[in-house]
Design a protein around this ligand. Structure first.
Ligand code: CMC
Length: 433
């Protein structure tokens, strides 16, 4: 009989023990299953920030942070970024395999057919302040999809799940471009279904009714890479927010809204906007040491945005790819020269030689270069996190669909260590000091 592998946890106060089974995945560290722990030992585990806790098993994405490996459904990100299209990656993430030619054509047609948004939504937009941040607009409008597309919100119905997945992936670029047009007071564009996913977004963002607009193929290629690199990243904060929100049975539009809210924060997707603000603040390469010193100062909570990652402790493969794509784009653009790119390269060099960053394994992450590339394409700063949200929508949806089919899925309900007041009696107002 095969040896049953387990971890034994002993409570040293009373000698009580529990054997916890070890589970092994395809790659990565084993985990031990603590579900029996409370019933056996009467104790919970304590892990703020989920540093040592796997919240689910997943077939979708694998990261090896020490080796700088990122796989979508087993395929290395480098190969997908070089050879694939974003829409093919969407199919892969959702279905587990690369599509055949017919499957790809059918999937593309399904997405394309759903790119327009309900006209009522465009009237709904007018409730936003004229200068609303596009991420605020995205939160409101994706949440509002639950009311405009109520006919696909029965999460127990697989066909509803599929339709809402297609709707979210298809309409995200339209909503994203609308968020920008609204913030600028410009007329909205309808999607053009003869264009591919990236081209269509650029068209809706930049075309004006008064002028001919031709999508720049170099920009469309760069955007395709950005979208692929951001498409999924296993159980990060926004994806976990989507899983937690939908674990109660909430509809996918509401759940993706939870993901957008989490992504907006500067420690997560909001970092791409924050990086550019930092580079602008630095202004010139000679000022870099001042900012690095601030980031290292224990009494200053200032952080260098675009550096560090919970999991990547060697390099972020997405940052490498995006830095190369950035070089290529700037070269292709001939006389376009961005002084911020030079500052970014120098900041990376100085930080990587610094003991503080070396000891803590702080390397540039995907957000460090994604802003430079989006700037070069003319995408405004406040749209950077929106582009990230657009790209990550498929990851959120793939993870949500996986969770809905997982027989082990239960409502997410973390426990806590209560350190507040012990039980006490109510004191009437007149008796209080
Ligand atoms: N600048 C200076 N010091 C840093 C930085 C930074 N960017 N990041 C981490 N540290 C220090 C931190 O002060 C701590 O030092 P000490 O051990 O002396 O207390 C140590 O490194 C470990 O940091 P942590 O906060 O415990 O690490 P974490 O895994 O909880 O946080 C992180 C990861 C990404 C939130 C963090 O590195 C950070 O805030 N980076 C800047 C924001 C950023 O670029 N976010 C984008 C992440 S990648 C894309 C995405 O996920 O959306």
């Amino acid at each position: 009989m095969a040896e049953k592998k387990s971890v034994t946890v002993t409570d040293n106060r009373n000698g009580n023990k529990v054997d916890l089974p070890i589970l092994t995945g395809t790659h990565g560290p084993d985990v031990f299953d603590i579900r029996k722990m409370y019933s056996s030992l009467g104790m919970f585990t304590y892990d703020p920030g989920f540093v040592s806790t796997a919240t689910c098993s997943s077939y979708i994405t694998y990261i090896d942070g020490d080796e700088g490996i990122l796989l979508y459904r087993g395929y290395p990100i480098e190969q997908l970024a070089e050879k694939s299209s974003y829409i093919e990656v969407c199919y892969l993430l959702l279905n587990g395999e690369l599509p055949s030619a017919i499957q790809l054509a059918t999937f593309t047609a399904n997405i394309t057919r759903h790119t327009m948004v309900h006209e009522g939504m465009r009237r709904f937009y007018s409730g936003f302040r004229h200068d609303a941040h596009p991420m605020a607009f995205m939160l409101g409008s994706v949440g509002a999809m639950s009311s405009f597309y109520h006919d696909s919100t029965d999460v127990t119905n697989p066909r509803h799940r599929e339709i809402s997945a297609h709707r979210l992936i298809a309409k995200m670029p339209t909503l994203a471009a609308d968020s920008y047009k609204y913030s600028m007071g410009l007329p909205f564009n309808f999607p053009k279904n003869r264009l591919n996913y990236s081209e269509n977004f650029l068209y809706m963002m930049f075309a004006l009714p008064t002028e001919e607009y031709v999508v720049n193929p170099v920009h469309a290629k760069a955007l395709n890479s950005i979208l692929i690199l951001h498409a999924d990243h296993e159980q990060n904060a926004s994806t976990s927010s989507v899983r937690l929100a939908s674990s109660s049975g909430a509809n996918p539009f509401a759940s993706v809204c939870a993901g957008i809210a989490s992504l907006w924060g500067p420690a997560h997707g909001g970092a791409n906007e924050a990086v550019i603000r930092t580079l602008e603040e630095i202004g010139e390469a000679k000022n870099i040491p001042k900012f690095v010193a601030r980031a290292k100062d224990k009494d200053d909570d200032y952080r260098l945005m675009g550096f560090g990652h919970r999991i990547y402790k060697n390099f972020d493969p997405r940052a490498m790819l995006i830095r190369d794509a950035c070089h290529d784009l700037l070269e292709d653009m001939g006389d376009y020269d961005d002084p911020l790119f030079e500052i970014a390269l120098e900041l990376e060099r100085i930080a990587l030689e610094d003991d503080y960053f070396k000891e803590r394994k702080l390397y540039p992450n995907v957000d460090f270069y994604s802003g430079i590339i989006m700037r070069a394409m003319g995408i405004p700063l406040n749209m950077f996190t929106v582009v990230f949200a657009m790209a990550r929508t498929v990851g959120w949806i793939a993870q949500w669909m996986e969770m809905m089919d997982d027989p082990e899925q239960r409502i997410g309900r973390p426990r806590q260590l209560y350190v507040g007041k012990a039980q006490r009696d109510y004191v009437p107002l007149v008796d209080r000091d």
